[in-house]
Write a protein that binds this ligand. Structure first.
Ligand SMILES: [Zn+2]
Length: 351
């Protein structure tokens, strides 16, 4: 395993950001290669600790000459967001200098050709970081971007072109759900990783062996040794299933038992009032149309001071907020409905 340090210059004198990159060289150039990164939203750590638990497994495989495909790992992809504290609170989702989401604004290339990337010395520090991360990942058959939600199930975002061929990956990772999407106009890392392959010849796109996904490892507080170990096992099973690592002790993944739904079925449930949220459901709950999802206490102690929020359709609760304070219009939860949401939003992942 080789370790190298990436350096991104800051936007002012004397400021630099660094992050390590780990590389395992595969023994078989025909084998699938893999790129894993975590904490692009810098405060989302379940994927970071999963990678920490995965590394010894890969080191063992390397010592036993079982690494077949090249593997590149960036355990903490966003040193800029990592350093952002605002009045004592960590802010790792948006770049404070530009107000841009760290998982938006990646260049959407027309083909998987690194020479099409913007000059990595141009733009603000967050843009240069994005260009560099894409440069590091492009060309790998498997690209995994490890995130987490607020409170939630373990689930994947997958482009429709890769489903159901990626069902073995979802099964290997033992996630609860897969959300399928078809259009990215905002430049998520996942969008930038699959878009170059959408309009090229089938023998270049190789959708049969390509894996691109945003992994949502449950909630932001689910940073836990046992979960990290289980997630590392899931990542390892995926790498074995796709021939990146050889391990004859593992059987091929069975069928995927979680649920699969298009992104347009997700109801985000904006809060009708500001106040304190009392949830009546938790991630994983199945609800009927009209079921009570949450009560917002907006005028404590007053008659009529509570507003109930009901399910607009039947479905499964995918996520909810980790904080119980809410403004009017902020999203309360993600309900994956059985049908298209009346509130279906354009774009891909939420801001
Ligand atoms: Zn995220």
């Amino acid at each position: 395993m080789q370790k190298s340090i990436e350096r991104i210059a800051g936007d002012s004198e004397g400021v630099f950001y660094e992050f390590p990159v780990f590389r395992f060289e595969g023994a078989d150039k025909a084998a699938s290669s893999a790129y894993l990164q975590a904490a692009l939203h810098a405060g989302e750590l379940p994927g970071v600790v999963a990678i920490d638990a995965l590394m010894p497994m890969l080191e063992k495989a390397k010592a036993e000459d079982r690494i077949k495909g090249d593997i590149t790992i960036v355990p903490q992809a966003n040193p800029i967001g990592r350093a952002q504290y605002h009045f004592g609170e960590h802010q790792g989702r948006f770049h404070l200098g530009t107000r841009t989401n760290f998982n938006r604004g990646f260049p959407l290339l027309a083909a998987p050709d690194p020479t099409l990337l913007p000059d990595a010395t141009f733009g603000t520090a967050d843009q240069r970081l994005k260009t560099r991360l894409l440069q590091l990942s492009i060309g790998h058959d498997i690209v995994l971007d490890l995130h987490c939600d607020d409170e939630g199930l373990a689930y994947l975002y997958v482009h429709t072109s890769l489903w159901p061929t990626m069902a073995d990956c979802a099964a290997a990772m033992s996630v609860d759900a897969v959300i399928l999407w078809g259009e990215d106009t905002d430049g998520t890392f996942e969008g930038a990783s699959i878009t170059p392959y959408l309009n090229v010849a089938a023998e270049v796109a190789r959708f049969d062996r390509r894996v691109v996904t945003t992994v949502e490892y449950r909630g932001i507080l689910d940073v836990d040794g046992a979960l990290a170990g289980a997630d590392a096992e899931g990542l390892y099973r995926l790498l074995v299933a796709r021939g990146v690592v050889l391990d004859q002790a593992l059987s091929t993944p069975g069928s995927f038992n979680g649920f699969v739904a298009p992104l347009e079925n997700v109801d985000m449930m904006p809060a009708p009032r500001a106040g304190a949220v009392l949830y009546d459901v938790k991630p994983g709950d199945r609800v009927a149309k009209g079921a009570l999802l949450a009560t917002i206490v907006h005028a404590p102690g007053e008659a009529g001071g509570r507003t109930e929020v009901l399910a607009p359709q039947a479905g499964i609760i995918l996520t909810r907020r980790s904080r119980r304070i809410i403004r009017a219009g902020e999203d309360l939860l993600k309900l994956v409905g059985d049908r298209k949401s009346a509130d279906a939003r354009s774009g891909t992942l939420e801001d």
